[in-house]
Ligand binder design. Structure first.
Ligand SMILES: Nc1nc2c(ncn2[C@@H]2O[C@H](COP(=O)(O)OP(=O)(O)OP(=O)(O)O)[C@@H](O)[C@H]2O)c(=O)[nH]1
Ligand SMILES: [Mg+2]
Length: 363
């Protein structure tokens, strides 16, 4: 199962433009609100310098990067939580993602309608945030009504939920996202089962023009609001990235150089999204294939092995482990082995970002 990042925002913020550039999947790009009726899904490889370096040293026949899935979600409007626009459909789709990339329009374009007249990132962000909070309030209220009812007929579990639900309700009622609320452990379990929208990790994408890239008139507004929730901001020139996505790899590198950029903003978006999800990468070399894998931080090695094959988790014996960095220093597996750099770890070992794993298991 992969990890998913939903792209949300107001209509005409540039979500599909960015999604298209990201995935080469063909979501409709049009100057028309709601051109995205179905959520479009796209899978993108996670840019990874270590994997490239490993490939140079190991000469595998095949190199497989790890991926992140992006969903292009229909635009949200004021009143979505009450069913306005594509309200419920919108909210249903976003419940299924692991993280949210919120695209904020920071570009002026006479030919691209803004649903609320002029460019105003602060207002736009507040509209979206308010809708998410209202939707969460509904979810919590529904659950509260149910729990209160069941508590009355003597259900202990339901009555123990009530104080937590009130806490969550109070926070949302104050106009704040659930994320950042500290609850007792029991409360966190209840939170998880509620799948609240404002509990999801969120990053902001400021979709800017080339002019705004230099002037930062609106971007600073986005950064100020994002800072309040400690959310990262990525600046993207949507139409420029879309153009770049059409280019061949070499031409793209030239284009970047001309623009004075080190990497495309899309790469940055993918990496920030990956970090936001608290994911880490480990590597395996099995036969001719060098492969990168993704697991959440704090994953133990048998569960990590289970990503590769369920047999490996079930029959797990031990893992041979070396960090990429140590491997790079040694220069080859043979040298690493000679220097005793390859550790043997048991089932309680917690996988670290950049580990190269060799799993021993009973078939
Ligand atoms: N000038 C300019 N136009 C852009 C930029 N990004 C997107 N657009 C244009 O804005 C229009 C809408 O872009 P979309 O990507 O379809 O917007 P969306 O957020 O997916 O909109 P909905 O799916 O309707 O919610 C298109 O005509 C794009 O070409 C940008 O950075 N600069
Ligand atoms: Mg769209």
């Amino acid at each position: 199962m992969g990890f998913t990042c939903g792209i949300i925002g107001l209509p005409n913020a540039g979500k599909s433009t960015i999604f298209n550039a990201l995935s080469a999947a063909r979501a409709e790009v049009a100057n028309y609100p709601f051109c995205t009726i179905n959520p479009n899904q796209g899978i993108v490889p996670v840019p990874d310098d270590r994997l490239q370096k490993l490939a140079q040293l190991l000469h595998p026949e095949k190199v497989t990067p790890t991926v992140l899935e992006f969903w292009d979600i229909a635009g949200l409007v004021k009143g979505a939580s009450q069913g306005e626009g594509l309200g419920n459909r919108f909210l249903g789709h976003i419940r299924n993602v692991d993280a949210v990339a919120h695209v904020v329009r920071c570009f002026e374009a006479e030919n691209v309608v803004h649903v609320y007249a002029a460019v105003d990132p602060r207002r736009d962000m507040e509209i979206v945030q308010t809708e998410l909070i209202l939707a969460d309030l509904q979810t919590v209220e529904k659950r509260l009504t149910k729990a209160t009812h069941q508590a009355k007929v003597g259900d202990k579990k339901s009555s123990s939920e009530i104080p937590f639900l009130h806490e969550v309700h109070e926070r949302l009622g104050a106009g704040l996202p659930v994320k950042g609320l500290t609850l007792a452990e029991e409360g966190h379990k209840i939170l998880q089962s509620l799948e609240l929208l404002t509990a999801k990790p969120q990053l902001y994408v400021a979709n800017v023009s080339e002019k705004e890239l230099k002037e930062r008139r609106w971007v600073s507004q986005v950064e100020a609001l994002a800072a309040l929730e400690k959310a990262p901001v990525v600046m993207i020139c949507g139409d420029l990235e879309a153009e770049m996505a059409e280019l061949a790899a070499e031409e793209r590198a030239e284009f970047l150089q001309e623009m004075g950029l080190v990497e495309s903003a899309l790469n940055q978006l993918i990496r920030v999204g990956y970090k936001l999800l608290h994911l880490l990468t480990f590597y395996t070399t099995v036969g001719p294939e060098l492969r990168a894998w993704t697991v959440p931080t704090e994953t133990r090695v048998p569960q990590a092995a289970g990503k590769i094959h369920s047999d490996m988790e079930r029959g797990f014996i031990r893992a041979e482990v070396i960090s990429c960095q140590e491997f790079f220093n040694a220069g080859s597996m043979a040298a690493a082995r000679e220097k005793g750099l390859i550790r043997v770890e048991g089932k309680d070992y917690i996988v670290q970002d950049g580990d190269i794993l060799h799993i021993r298991f009973h078939a």
